[in-house]
Design a protein around this ligand. Structure first.
Ligand SMILES: Cc1ncc(C[n+]2csc(CCOP(=O)(O)OP(=O)(O)O)c2C)c(N)n1
Ligand SMILES: [Mg+2]
Length: 367
């Protein structure tokens, strides 16, 4: 047998037995190592599946009450924002599609809105007096839908149908399909005009609800935004709050490289808007500023320029357009979860922004 193998040329050096080259013990050790690696990989796969099952079967989280101290509110909202990040990544991975970068950058903003500031009731999404919310940057549905599911508008397992034909969770929000969505968006630039209509309609009907419009920075290059800004400042339209997810990156490059928005605050001020700024991935910064915006909106329109980081929370997704419209694969999801786990362990919530991070973010890069 050995002879025939050796003579066939498969055994390495002609005429020599194969185990003269590689001792049998070493081969066995190699096989054992491979088997162990395969087992570990299988365990990791199973563990990831279990985590995803847990994410897609979780019940809603309660809103944060104003009865808590500021520290407690911040801590609870940070925890929710972190859960939101896990969910966003799980949603895009499951669909193999979705706008991951801009969903991660707005995680704290949408958390503060849906879990603290907005007067809404998931059990009665069409309540007449509810505050209105328009996701004008309508492509970031993984962030929006994840927040709505966590808040209890629909069951978390519906998130698994994201971007599928027939799903209520289309790639862009559809007010006729998805509970909690106040307006259908996706064509950038329209949300502020719609918000003006809602705010003025509410005022005409003697209602006191607030209308919040979440804008993207690349979106501000749309002319309709400025037409709306000019109109709202001129009236002035009350109880209208624009939040700008100022992540410095748009679809294919840095915003400043594409069409610079600065000096941004001066532009809005010139249009008679009240302008506030905050660090949008830091709850301790954006919570009080957004709260102040809600109060100031009684006098006229307010915009909060929230400085954020595109892809925030996952190092390899941060500050780049590459992850604008890209979903992680299983391997990338594992790596991203590991980073969020580390942040959770260190109590940083996945976005416990440090000043250095923000300074890096403001320059914007398009690598
Ligand atoms: C009118 C219109 N033009 C182009 C697009 C395609 N598009 C989708 S997202 C995007 C970039 C948006 O960038 P930004 O507003 O900065 O969003 P974010 O960084 O928050 O994802 C573009 C051009 C669109 N949806 N609508
Ligand atoms: Mg952007």
């Amino acid at each position: 047998m050995m002879d025939s193998l050796a003579n066939s040329g498969k055994g390495g050096v002609q005429g020599a037995p194969p185990d003269a080259e590689k001792p049998l013990g070493a081969e066995k050790a190699l096989d054992a190592e491979k088997a162990l690696d395969a087992e570990k990989a299988l365990d990791a796969e199973k563990a990831l599946d279990a985590r995803l099952d847990a994410i897609f079967s979780r019940g809603p989280l309660p809103a944060v009450t104003s009865k808590l101290s500021l520290e407690q509110r911040i801590e609870q909202l940070e925890r929710i924002a972190l859960e939101l990040r896990y969910t966003i990544l799980a949603v895009t991975e499951a669909a193999g599609a979705g706008h991951t970068g801009g969903s991660l950058s707005m995680a704290e903003l949408i958390t503060v809105l849906y879990f603290y500031l907005l007067n809404v009731d998931p059990a009665d999404p069409a309540k007449v007096d509810r505050d209105r919310f328009i996701l004008s940057k309508g492509h970031t549905t993984p962030g929006y839908y994840s927040a709505l599911a966590l808040r209890g508008y629909f069951a978390a397992d519906v998130l698994r149908t994201f971007d599928q034909i027939g799903s209520p969770l289309q790639a862009h929000p559809d007010m006729h399909k998805c509970p909690g969505v106040d307006y259908s968006t996706g064509s950038l630039g329209q949300g502020l005009s719609i918000g003006i209509g809602m705010a003025m309609g509410g005022a005409a009907a003697g209602r006191n609800f607030r209308t919040v419009v979440l804008l993207g920075d690349g979106e501000l290059q749309e002319g309709q935004v400025w037409e709306a800004a000019m109109y709202a400042g001129n009236r002035p339209v009350r109880r209208l709050i624009a939040i700008l997810d100022y992540n410095k990156v748009q679809l294919a490059a840095a915003t400043a490289e594409t069409l610079n928005l600065e000096p941004l605050a001066d532009k809005w001020k010139a249009f008679n808007w009240q302008v506030l700024e905050c660090q949008g991935n830091d709850i301790s910064s954006c919570l009080p500023v957004m709260e102040q915006a809600f109060a100031l909106a009684e006098n006229g329109p307010v915009i909060v320029a929230a400085h954020t980081v595109k892809g925030k929370g996952v190092s390899f997704m941060e500050n780049t357009h590459i992850w604008h419209g890209k979903a992680p694969d299983r391997r990338e999801l594992l790596a991203a979860f590991a980073e969020l786990d580390a942040a959770k362990k260190s109590g940083r919530s996945g976005a416990g922004i440090m000043v250095e991070d923000q300074v890096r973010g403001i320059g914007g890069t398009s690598q």
